[in-house]
Design a protein around this ligand. Structure first.
Ligand code: WTA
Length: 649
């Protein structure tokens, strides 16, 4: 059989759920996948029934590929489901525990959240925002950001959150594309000890956005001051004058809840559209079963609300479950590299969800930091955002989870709205580096170029039937929606990711298909080579890209960060070290994957969400002019890297 992507990395370790975890898990019936498959619509309707609806739906699904409507005719409100419905039973329970980077702590109960959301919803109405209007949110991770999202939802307005680390140009483009009427921002935010002037950036952006009628400004620090012009208002002023009762707008199940921009590998960012009923159903279901949420959990997802993970797993999912959500505004290494462990210890965090890039940074900083804290409150760990290499998985399991917490590696996308491939922690034995199996009710497959199913081996990851939280489109661009996701095979969603399935039916994500390198006819996932490099004791992090090669067509160039403790040793004889790394990769996954070129670097170019920008590395490795760098976390990294690469070439 011709495999689309060669599967080279073999991982044989397995971690079955402990008996004690299984016994208490929200789901422990292994028949659930079969049951969901036998009656997929009935299964999803069962989840939707656990939300509160003002009017029940008449049909579960209308499916005219690529257009889906879920819970047709139903009416509900997302903010009602995240707040009001908990008041009777959880009114005094903290909905949010927030910690600012400088250390201030606020606890906000469901009752207080209800008051704030209702008041702000009334304020938005007063400022002329109506159902269907778009509202941009450009804020630090403070409770007011959550209030802003829920207040939009309460009145049927569509929020478009723009990550607070993005530039004025990025904010402007997104406001213009959405034709947003109002922006909610803050005077400032903290990042690694410095004060980020968000209001200034907003001013620059809004100067070129004629659609904006008002700007609402949260005063982040007591000492922050600003002179507001006639269209700008203080958050605290509008809140003071607003009524604390606001009847939620009962919207259609398919009413747009939000849009969120995500960058494609080429072209301008796409505004991914999510609607209300199906999206909330997906977030709720996955929180219950993947994070196994219980009423006494303190749940912490470290994502910013600027990303989809912050939407689904900081705000809508956990709050729909009535959970206590931990929010932390700042950087993991401020004031010291143990800030996260300190937060877990002080707030008794029980469920912790973060990204592989963070885990690899923790590895680099060393296990002595978590070891100095009491983290016995933790009972479950999650990972999301990119493939997690087995060594990082094992480290996470050992040093953060104390070898007792299940690790759920969750695969999903902005487009999918909710987790799609994941272990159910009480049911699925995990394998480090594998996201394991599709969530019940999700039909994920590995397909070859022609749409044939690959039973065991590599190929393209596809979703073959509609699911409630699926994207409903790209804002204002139905043609691109069709082209990008639905044109590869009829009626099938193309994820853009490569994956392989092993003999046990486990899925292993291999990265974006454009991250696949074709070396002498073998398609090699960048992630597998990176994993092999990171497996070398001296390497902390690695990124590989394809470079043109006379004989092989494409060869592998590897950019490696050496661990601090190994630096002097490794770099004493660079040529020897390079040989050693090449040999290590060849030994781990085969000579075919041996890198042609290795460049030791102090840093890698990453997006603000921590994804390595391989496109830029390719530009550097092939000596091209640099493309768009506006979404980089630290643009300086690229220039340094480019110089170094050219020097060595
Ligand atoms: C990658 C983030 C491997 C993948 C929720 C996907 C992953 C893209 C995983 C979506 C995972 C996310 N294992 N790869 N557990 N989770 N990805 O839209 O390439 O920011 O297509 O959504 O991240 O990124 P996005």
């Amino acid at each position: 059989m011709a495999h689309e992507i060669d599967a080279l990395l073999q991982e044989t370790r397995e971690f079955p759920p402990s008996e004690s975890f299984r016994a208490q898990a929200n789901i422990h019936d292994p028949a659930i996948w079969e049951q969901a498959k036998a009656d997929r619509e009935g299964y999803w309707a069962g989840w939707a029934e656990q939300l509160d609806w003002q009017t029940k739906w008449t049909r579960v699904l209308d499916w005219n590929p690529p257009d889906a409507k879920w819970f047709v005719g139903g009416k509900l409100n997302a903010s009602y489901n995240c707040v009001d419905r908990h008041l009777a039973t959880r009114g005094d329970k903290p909905a949010l525990i927030w910690e600012g980077e400088p250390g201030e702590v606020r606890r906000i109960t469901y009752r207080e959240l209800h008051g704030d959301v209702s008041r702000f919803a009334n304020a938005l109405k007063m400022l002329g925002v109506a159902s269907g209007d778009r509202v941009a949110i450009y804020m630090p991770l403070i409770p007011e950001a959550v209030v802003a999202m829920l207040a939009c939802a309460r009145i049927g307005a569509v929020h478009s959150v723009v990550f607070g680390g993005f530039s004025a140009d990025a904010l402007r483009d997104r406001i213009q594309d959405a034709q947003a009427k109002l922006v909610i921002t803050a005077t400032s935010g903290y990042r690694r000890g410095s004060v980020v002037p968000l209001k200034k950036t907003t001013d620059t952006a809004v100067a070129e956005c004629p659609s904006i009628e008002h700007v609402v400004v949260v005063r982040r620090r007591d000492e922050d001051d600003a002179t507001l012009n006639e269209r700008e208002v203080w958050y605290h002023d509008v809140m003071a004058g607003a009524d604390a009762e606001c009847e939620p707008e009962w919207v259609d199940s398919e009413h747009m809840l939000y849009m969120l921009y995500t960058s494609g590998s080429t072209g301008k960012p796409k505004g991914i559209v999510h609607t209300t009923g199906g999206y909330l159903t997906g977030c709720y279901a996955t929180c219950k079963w993947v994070f196994d949420l219980k009423d006494d959990d303190v749940y912490w997802c470290t994502a910013d609300i600027g990303w989809v993970t912050g939407h689904s797993y900081v705000v809508y999912g956990p709050l729909a479950c009535g959970a206590t959500v931990m929010l932390y505004e700042g950087a993991p290494d401020w004031p010291k590299q143990d800030r996260f462990w300190d937060i877990i210890e002080r707030h008794k965090v029980s469920v912790f969800y973060t990204a592989p890039t963070a885990i690899r940074a923790f590895m680099k900083w060393g296990p002595q930091l978590p070891q100095a804290h009491d983290m016995s409150s933790l009972r479950l760990l999650g990972s999301v955002g990119e493939p997690i290499n087995p060594e990082a998985w094992i480290w996470y399991h050992k040093y953060i989870g104390g070898e007792r917490c299940p690790v759920v590696d969750t695969w999903w996308q902005t487009e999918t709205g909710a987790i799609m491939i994941t272990p159910l922690p009480g049911l699925v034995a995990t394998k480090p580096g594998s996201a394991t199996k599709p969530f019940p009710g999700i039909d994920a497959e590995i397909l070859d170029q022609h749409g044939n199913r690959v039973e065991v081996g590599g190929g393209y990851l596809a979703i073959t039937s509609p699911w409630p939280s699926m994207l409903r489109g790209i804002y204002g661009d139905p043609e691109r929606f069709r082209q990008q996701y639905w044109s590869k095979w009829p009626g099938v969603y193309f994820t853009g990711d490569g994956a392989k399935r092993d003999a046990d039916g486990y899925f292993w994500l291999l990265g974006r298909v454009d991250d696949v390198i074709n070396v002498a006819g073998h398609r090699i996932g960048t992630m597998e080579v990176e994993s092999a490099l990171v497996d070398h004791p001296a390497i902390a992090e690695a990124a590989v890209v394809g470079i043109a090669h006379e004989i092989k067509g494409t060869a592998i160039a590897a950019f490696c960060i050496v661990k601090e403790s190994e630096r002097a040793n490794a770099l004493a004889d660079p040529a020897k070290f390079e040989q050693e790394l090449k040999a290590h990769v060849a030994e781990k996954i085969g000579a075919i994957a041996r890198p042609e070129k290795i460049l030791v670097t102090a840093d890698l170019p990453k997006t603000r969400s921590g994804k390595i920008m391989r496109r830029l590395l390719r530009d550097i490795a092939e000596g091209r002019a640099l493309g768009d760098v506006t979404t980089l976390a630290d643009p300086g990294v690229v220039a340094t890297l480019k110089e170094k690469y050219e020097e060595e070439a």
